[in-house]
Ligand binder design. Structure first.
Ligand code: IYR
Length: 230
């Protein structure tokens, strides 16, 4: 009988044969160019329409995010989706309260000056207008059935990667978002009644841009500034 190489055992664990895409160099060049062109069109949007869309799309976006690599494959994240107008209102009120303090007392002069060209302020109407808010929580540790804590690894890196996958998937689906970081953001853990092993990491309103949305006229750095070949 023919010997199968579908899998091998490493430390007694099954490893499956990886079948890669096998593209030609021309196809790789074309695909990488197309993706670059597409991702360069992504913009952070602060002015949302209240138009909604099916939650199945959100589910696919979050499954995409959760496909990201993570330390020891622990997947140390929870994505909370808020569609309730009541909860959105609570989040907006708490976020604006923190942001008002940040803009008026906590942020340095240099920081405020660096933000001037983006036109941000403490008012966050998108927290109520966007059809969905995704609040990403990191899980620095897990608690097992016996109440014993188990640390996760590279938690910030892992959750950051998952957020990158999420933002890219949102753009690919024809939707827009904003990486909002109200600070401090412990109020999100309270409002959403999250367990003690979760810390709010990032808040992303997801939806469509308003018809009258404008974006700052910013540019990305030139490749010589951020890529060095050795
Ligand atoms: N978190 C605040 C302030 C803010 C900070 C940075 I750095 C930005 O790039 C944008 C905003 C806010 O959300 O308004």
């Amino acid at each position: 009988m023919k010997q199968t190489d579908d899998f091998i055992l490493i430390n007694g664990f099954k490893h499956l044969k990886y079948g890669d895409q096998k593209l030609s160099e021309e196809e790789m060049l074309e695909k990488s160019e197309k993706y670059l062109e597409k991702i360069l069109k992504r913009r952070s949007i602060r002015d949302f329409s209240n138009k909604s869309f099916p939650i199945e799309i959100i589910e696919n976006l979050i499954k995409t995010a959760s496909a990201a690599p993570s330390g020891a494959n622990k997947q140390p994240w929870t994505f909370c989706v808020v569609k309730s107008a009541d909860i959105k209102k609570k989040i907006r009120e708490a976020a604006e309260e923190e942001e008002r303090k940040s803009y008026s007392e906590r942020m340095s002069e240099a920081w405020l000056k660096d933000l001037k060209h983006l036109g941000t302020d403490a008012e966050k109407p998108f927290l109520e207008i966007a059809p969905y808010l995704i609040i990403v929580f990191k899980r620095p540790y897990e608690i097992d059935e016996k109440g014993i804590k188990h640390q996760n690894y590279y938690v910030n890196e892992s959750v950051g990667l998952a957020c990158g996958f999420l933002i890219s998937a949102i753009h690919n689906a024809g939707l827009v978002t904003l990486t909002h970081t109200p600070s401090p953001m412990r109020f999100l853990e309270k409002i959403l009644n999250r367990p003690e092993n979760e810390r709010a990491f990032l808040l992303l309103p997801v939806g469509f841009a308003s018809d009258k949305a404008y974006v700052p006229n910013i540019e990305k750095k030139n490749i010589d500034e951020f890529m060095k070949i050795y």
